[in-house]
Design a protein around this ligand. Structure first.
Ligand code: 3PG
Length: 401
């Protein structure tokens, strides 16, 4: 049985709460508003009411990436949703962090720094192995309970996702509880054909999912767009042009081309790729066909013919999963592909699952209502892991032993 917050007494207990406020960061370094804040606020408010001493743990970005920043802004923004000041502590397990944890009074909330600054966090290890790390040892020493509220990281066997399993009681937060209950329900009703719209900027997640599901015949069609779509075009021998190539090099995505080639070689009949694209000519949208490649301009979105074709397949889906936007939706004129695919998912007679940090932001920016879809999940990678039937390490720790 899932361990929920109903079964525990939090009064006076140092409660380590793993949330996920990993959100898009604008070029000026400012984080953007995101539904992830609101989703965790409910758990935090309840813990405050129950007089817990709350230590929030989250990550932002991945080391080396431009959005890998500290969590000072996040603490400020989250305070707004919680209705109480959340103190940012620029430390994880050093003197400052320990002092702040020891100084907590009932109902206080602090937020530690970006947990991925700690070298032990991102290692994919078992709970037993993580439990021995100085990161988990230190935090567990000062903590009494562990609440995992971030479904969106539950597919990672990272230290602060699974590491407290054998040391502290591990409890599902309210956002996590809702995600699990709802997904269980939806999964029972998922029907073929299963159409996956896979875009965004995390091709590693997308390819892992395809490598797992395609050989089992669990994907009837993949409508590729965003970075995966571009990689599949390259896999077919298209040259995209210098600017887009540079974007791929900077994003560290060229390393996935070989996987794209293999997948396309084996399952090309099920992988749809863009038939036209939108480029940015001095900031304005211009559509080109594939015969016009390579282009000197940056590819920013899929073109009209592509989204119309994709929309038709989405309309006929039994189940449609959208993970990752079709293009750079935050730039005016290049949100079109993302908007049209989401519109198709909203209107399909089949079940619609939407997931992923950027996709959720796009939903909000493009003024969709989450009620237009069967399920909107704060996590993209976690959602696709779950739907593909794989065990989520973060979920496993939340069931009674
Ligand atoms: C997400 O945005 O999907 C989660 O925060 C997980 O991020 P990650 O893919 O960098 O682990």
């Amino acid at each position: 049985m899932l361990q929920t917050m109903d079964n525990y007494d939090f009064k006076g207990k140092v409660t380590l709460v793993r949330i996920d406020v990993n959100v898009p960061v604008s070029t000026n370094g400012k984080i953007r508003e995101h539904p992830r804040f609101e989703s965790h606020a409910e758990t935090i408010k309840e813990l405050i009411k129950k007089k817990a001493k709350i230590v929030l743990i989250s990550h932002q970005g991945r080391p080396g990436a431009k959005d890998f920043i500290d969590l000072k802004q996040h603490a400020r923004l989250l305070s707004k949703y919680v209705g109480k000041k959340i103190v940012f502590v620029p430390d994880i397990r050093g003197e400052k962090a320990i002092k702040a944890i020891k100084g907590l009074r009932q109902g206080d909330v602090i937020m530690l720094d970006n947990i991925r600054k700690d070298p032990y966090e991102m290692l994919e290890k078992s709970p037993e192995e993580h439990a021995k790390s100085p990161l988990i040892q230190t935090l567990a020493y000062y903590g009494n309970l562990f609440v995992l509220d971030a479904f969106s990281v539950s597919h990672r066997s990272h230290a602060t996702v699974v590491g407290f399993y054998h040391i502290l009681p591990c409890i599902a937060g309210r956002a996590m509880e809702k995600a699990v209950t709802y997904l269980d329900e939806i999964k029972k009703h998922a029907v073929p054909p299963n159409i996956f719209v896979l875009g965004g900027g995390k091709p590693d997640d997308v390819f892992a999912l395809m490598e797992y599901m395609m050989p089992k015949g669990e994907m009837d069609a993949v409508l590729s767009c965003g970075v995966p779509g571009e990689l599949f075009l390259m896999a077919q021998g298209y040259e995209l042009g210098k600017k887009t190539f540079k974007k791929h090099e900077e994003g560290g995505w060229m390393q996935y081309l070989e996987r794209a080639e293999k997948l396309y070689g084996r399952f090309g009949d099920k992988i749809r790729t863009p038939v036209d694209l939108a480029i940015s000519v001095r900031g304005r949208r211009k559509e080109i066909s594939l015969t016009e490649l390579p282009t000197n301009y940056m590819i920013m979105d899929i073109g009209t013919r592509t989204y119309k074709r994709y929309a038709k397949e989405i309309n006929n889906a039994g189940t449609v999963v959208v993970k990752g936007p079709a293009g750079i939706y935050e730039n005016k004129g290049f949100e079109v592909g993302t908007r049209e695919l989401l519109k198709a998912a909203a209107n399909t007679a089949g079940h619609s699952f939407i997931g992923g940090g950027n996709t959720i932001e796009a939903l909000k920016m493009l003024k969709f209502n989450i009620k237009q879809f069967n399920y909107v999940c704060m996590g993209g990678g976690a959602l696709v892991h779950y739907l593909s039937g794989r065990e989520l390490p973060g979920l496993r720790i939340l069931y009674a032993r």
